[in-house]
Ligand binder design. Structure first.
Ligand code: ADP
Length: 273
C-alpha cells in the first residue's frame, strides 16, 4: 500500500562520541490524503461554478448592451453592479483553481524566451483606465538600454505583474502614485511596483505570501480581495527560479519586487562575442 512517511533523524551523542542515530518514521498518509481530497473538492466546486457564472455574465452583457430592449438608467446602474460582483466571483474562482493546481502539482509551465518589457507595458496599459478612474498616477520606469531576455511562461508571469499593479492600485488612495519599474540586477531582471498607499503593519508582514492572508488595515478599508494573489505570485515566480519580496511601512506605502533569471541560452550566446 502506498504510504507517505515523514522522516526525522537525530544523532545520539555521548559527549563527543556518536553512539548512533535515532530515525523516526511518522506515517502522514492520512493527513496527505485529506489534503488531496480537500484540494480536489475545491477544484471540482470551482469548475462547476465557472460555467453558470459565465452564463450569467453573457446574459447581463446582452441586457446591458440593449439586445433585449431598452433599459432605464436605474436598471442599468443595478445591472452594472451585478456585473461587477459576477466578475469578482469569476476572478475568485480562477484564483481558487490556480491554488488547487499549484497544490496538486498540476501548474504546468510553457516557457518561451522573450523580452519582458512589452509584457509589462501591455499589462500596465490594460490598467490605465482603472488608474485614471481612481485618480492614481501610474508611471513606468524602464532603463534606456535593451534588457536581456527571460525564459518564462508568459501567461503566468502576466498574472504576477497584474497582481502587483492591481494591489498597488487597490491599496492606494485617490491622489496617490504608483511607479512600475524594470531593471537588470546581476543575472536577474527585477520587476517592482512601488506605491504610496496603505502599507502593511509590521507585525503581519511575515504572513504576506500565505494563502488567504489579508492585513488588518486593508480589511478596515473594506477593499475586496481573496488573499490568494500573492500566494499564487510566489509560486509562479519561484517555479521560474526567481524570488519575490517587498518593503513596506504602514501608512507610507509598499514596494513589491520579483526577480527572474536572465535566459541562460542568451547569456552563453552573448558571452561568446
Ligand atoms: P488580496 O489583494 O486579494 O487581498 P493578495 O494575496 O494579493 O490578496 O494580497 C494579500 C494581502 O497583502 C492584502 O490583502 C494586503 O493586506 C497586502 N498587500 C498586498 N499588496 C499590498 C500593497 N501594495 N499595499 C498594501 N498592502 C498590500
Amino acid at each position: 500500500r502506498e504510504k507517505v512517511l515523514e522522516i526525522t533523524s537525530v544523532p545520539i551523542m555521548q559527549g563527543e562520541n556518536k553512539l548512533g542515530t535515532l530515525v523516526i518514521l511518522h506515517d502522514v498518509s492520512r493527513e496527505k490524503s485529506v489534503e488531496r481530497m480537500k484540494s480536489e473538492f475545491v477544484s471540482l466546486a470551482a469548475h462547476q461554478l465557472r460555467t453558470p457564472l459565465s452564463a450569467i455574465k453573457r446574459t447581463l452583457r446582452m441586457i446591458l448592451d440593449g439586445d433585449t430592449g431598452s433599459i432605464t438608467e436605474e436598471q442599468k446602474d443595478l445591472l452594472l453592479k451585478t456585473y461587477a460582483s459576477n466578475e469578482r466571483m469569476i476572478s475568485l474562482i480562477n484564483d481558487l483553481l490556480n491554488v488547487a493546481r499549484i497544490e496538486e502539482g498540476r501548474y504546468v509551465y510553457k516557457t518561451t524566451v522573450t523580452n519582458i518589457k512589452p509584457i509589462v507595458e501591455f499589462v500596465a496599459n490594460g490598467y490605465a483606465s482603472d488608474y485614471k478612474r481612481k485618480n492614481v498616477i501610474l508611471e513606468l520606469s524602464f532603463p534606456e538600454e535593451q534588457l536581456p531576455s527571460v525564459k518564462i511562461d508568459v501567461e503566468k508571469v502576466k498574472l504576477a505583474i497584474e497582481n502587483f499593479i492591481d494591489n498597488a492600485l487597490k491599496y492606494t488612495k485617490p491622489g496617490g502614485r504608483v511607479i512600475v519599474s524594470l531593471k537588470k540586477n546581476g543575472n536577474f531582471i527585477e520587476f517592482s511596483a512601488k506605491d504610496n498607499g496603505a502599507g502593511i503593519p509590521k507585525e503581519q508582514q511575515e504572513r504576506v505570501f500565505s494563502k488567504f492572508f489579508r492585513a488588518s488595515n486593508v480589511i478596515r478599508m473594506q477593499t475586496e480581495g481573496s488573499g490568494l494573489g500573492l500566494f499564487i505570485v510566489k509560486n509562479i515566480i519561484e517555479a521560474h527560479g526567481g524570488k519575490v519580496w517587498f518593503e513596506s511601512k504602514e501608512g507610507e506605502g509598499s514596494t513589491f519586487f520579483f526577480s527572474l533569471p536572465i535566459a541562460e541560452e542568451l547569456q552563453g550566446f552573448l558571452g561568446s562575442f
